[in-house]
Design a binder for this molecule. Structure first.
Ligand code: WTA
Length: 688
């Protein structure tokens, strides 16, 4: 593939120089070595490591859970470049939430993602940036990305960023954003990428919690042909963030933005810096990044991932879940603001020396053929996306898919929320021509990488529609009953836990380790609790049934209903609210808000609701704004004052015949009252 230099990079590039790493790195390339081992023949191919060659999925899986030290030790030695070898594979205790992998080892993630590939094949394309403007793409080679990363790393250093300091990244998917993540990794700084759709308040909250020293952003973002003023959002946010010393601004569009005291042009700063930067040797368990995600209570939590275990798990899952082979073009269309973007746009693919696609646009811009036109033009081999986009696209004529050549596709993947049968079938039949395995991958921000998916598996093993099916190496799922007991046998449902540690698992919640222990390890002692429910089929396959807590999933975006309630409750005329998730045919779920107003505001309902919408958009993000608001006189509460959201959800879903037990309510008549109000609301909606 011919590499065309990104125009975004032009001012930064100069003649290639030899790579100076400054230290000796023991390098064993991930797939150069394994490729030569056991392609074809029996066993999983290519082999995970020479020591594990020739074994089937079943044998490898058994080994991975029975002898995790042998399994993970061998894979980690083989696949990663270490500057100091590790002495101990793991030291974990799920009873107390202690998670430690590859103790004593030192490595640098950016070396593993860049230098080892640039040294062998500098002109291989690392990134293909599919820009918002249709039909435009820019390619960045491993050499160019390494150079850009080093300049950026030196820029951060020159601003005083040191190992362990936090850097916020508020940018859409772009090469410069990826380079910023890798630049942090190079110098041992910790990045926290904030999805560029979050409001200034949400951004400020994350910056404050992480105590970031620097924010990196763009003048504007471009999405679906619309311009988004990212810099001005950052300006507002940093006003309440005293820890921020510098704001670096990359130029995505021609628009010039006012530059204040803290601001600096990123391109200008980088052009002054050297294109070489010695990588910082990092302990396996030093922080690599933190990513905020929603829980069932309180503010979003900063999930912390560390260096070696995370990288190893992202790279291994990237290769084996998606059947990635050297030379493939890997197309994960997620935003880097979410964990999927971290693990399968950036770290997994780059660690494997892949060509990874950065998708900046939307599935329907300029038309519903966008994904498939891109697949044809970029010759994408693996396409990994979210069910919400599939549900949107299947509403259009099949010709939007069929007119493009999709013969390059080998594997299709789905992530982020349950995929319904209709979406699965359309994706498999229409997009994949019944030819490409479709993997429904279940995982979480906290798990670092895919934990349950139909692949890897025995050669030719069946894939059942809309099911995640099989645990990945090292993952031992367990279903728990209401009394906290482990449920054995098949054809059974329960709370999904994982009962053995794995290298991709999060280390802690930034600044609140107790919350980490309480949320994940207390509910079922000795197990990691996922928050999801699951069913184990007669054949022993897993199917995820959805969240068991007050977390909802809107278009694949995870959101705590408590966050929305907190935002709504700030309105002076709103003493109380309750938010629940209800199903939606495209977005998966949407928020439904039950709102109690102060008595004297009853006249003014429409106006207050308008203000409430605005409040949620400014406090969180537009996607979090409830689709429905219903004003009620009071909420259903237990005698101890707890709101019974379960009942509200049933009412909002129009499932009033199965309300369940309402006898624990303080005053059960409230239910009839709310059902009545909801009926009136629905009939108003129907008329509109
Ligand atoms: C949900 C996204 C069903 C689940 C990688 C989980 C899924 C939450 C699937 C994590 C799937 C993710 N089937 N549900 N294949 N994948 N989920 O942290 O509820 O943004 O707990 O990570 O998404 O969302 P998160």
């Amino acid at each position: 593939m011919a590499a065309r230099t990104s125009t975004f990079l032009l001012p930064l590039l100069h003649r290639a120089r030899p790579l100076l790493l400054g230290r000796k790195w023991h390098h064993r390339s991930p797939w150069f070595s394994s490729q030569s081992c056991s392609r074809g023949l029996s066993g999983i191919s290519p082999a995970l490591s020479p020591q594990l060659a020739g074994r089937s999925y079943k044998e490898l899986y058994e080994l991975s859970v029975k002898e995790p030290e042998t399994f993970w030790g061998s894979v980690a030695r083989e696949r990663l470049a270490w500057s100091t070898a590790f002495q101990q594979v793991s030291d974990c205790d799920l009873a107390t939430g202690r998670v430690s992998w590859f103790l004593g080892g030192k490595l640098n993630v950016s070396v593993n993602c860049l230098d080892v590939h640039a040294a062998k094949d500098p002109d291989r394309v690392a990134l293909i940036w599919e820009k918002d403007e249709p039909g435009t793409e820019e390619r960045v080679t491993y050499r160019e990305l390494l150079e850009m990363t080093c300049r950026l790393a030196n820029t951060l250093k020159s601003l005083g960023v040191q190992k362990g300091d936090r850097v916020a990244i508020y940018m859409p998917v772009s090469p410069i954003a990826v380079a910023t993540m890798l630049a942090c990794a190079r110098i041992g700084a910790v990045h926290t990428v904030v999805f560029a759709g979050f409001s200034s308040e949400a951004l400020a909250g994350r910056i404050q919690d992480a105590q970031c020293k620097v924010v990196v952003t763009c003048n504007q973002g471009v999405r679906g042909g619309r311009l988004i003023n990212l810099k001005s959002t950052v300006d507002t946010a940093v006003k309440s963030c005293p820890t921020v010393q510098h704001v670096l601004v990359a130029q995505r569009t021609d628009h010039s933005v006012p530059m204040g005291k803290l601001d600096m042009s990123l391109e200008e700063a980088m052009s002054r810096e050297s294109a070489e930067c010695a990588p910082e040797p990092m302990d396996s368990e030093d922080m690599l990044f933190m990513l905020y995600t929603s829980g069932s209570t309180g503010k979003p939590k900063g999930i912390v991932h560390t260096q070696a275990g995370y990288l190893l798990y992202a790279s291994l899952t990237h290769q084996y879940v998606f059947d990635y082979s050297p030379g493939d073009v890997f197309g994960c269309v997620a935003d880097i603001g979410w964990i999927t973007g971290h693990s399968y746009v950036v770290y997994g693919p780059l660690c494997n020396g892949a060509t990874t696609v950065l998708f900046e646009s939307t599935p329907v811009y300029p038309d519903p053929g966008r994904y498939w036109e891109m697949v044809e033009r970029l010759r994408i081999n693996q396409f990994y996306g979210a069910p919400t986009a599939i549900r949107l696209l299947l509403k259009y004529e099949e010709s939007w898919v069929k007119k493009y050549d999709r013969s390059s596709l080998k594997t299709l993947g789905s992530v982020g929320e349950p995929i319904n049968h209709e979406a699965w079938e359309w994706f498999y039949n229409v997009v994949g021509d019944k030819r490409c395995p479709l993997v429904d991958t279940w995982w979480q921000t906290e798990t670092g990488g895919v934990c349950i998916a139909p692949r890897p598996a025995e050669k030719g093993a069946e894939i059942l529609p809309a099911m995640a099916m099989r645990p990945f190496f090292g993952i031992q799922p367990a279903l728990m009953g209401e009394k906290g007991q482990t449920l054995s046998g098949n054809d059974i449902s329960g709370a999904l836990c994982i009962s053995k540690p794995w290298p991709g698992m999060a280390k802690t919640i930034f600044g609140d380790h107790q919350r980490f222990v309480d949320a994940y390890f207390k509910p079922y002692p000795g197990h990691y609790f996922t928050g999801d429910g699951a069913h184990r089929s007669e054949e022993g396959y897993y199917q995820i049934t959805g969240r068991m807590d007050d977390v909802i999933n809107i278009s694949g975006h995870r959101l705590g209903t408590a966050e929305v309630e907190d935002a709504l409750d700030e309105h002076p005329d709103v003493p109380e609210t309750a938010v629940v998730g209800i199903s939606h045919d495209v977005k998966g779920e949407v928020a439904f808000a039950f709102v109690v107003l102060k008595e004297n505001t009853a006249e003014n309902q429409e106006h207050v609701i308008k203000e409430l919408r605005h409040l949620v958009a400014t406090k969180i993000a537009k996607y979090a704004v409830p689709d429905h608001f219903l004003v009620v006189k009071r909420l259903p509460k237990t005698r101890s004052g707890k709101i019974m959201r379960r009942i509200l959800r049933k009412i909002a879903m129009q499932q009033t015949e199965s309300l369940g037990d309402v006898s624990t309510l303080d005053d059960p008549s409230v239910v009839t009252e709310i059902i009545q109000a909801h009926k009136q609301y629905r009939s108003r909606l129907d008329k509109e």
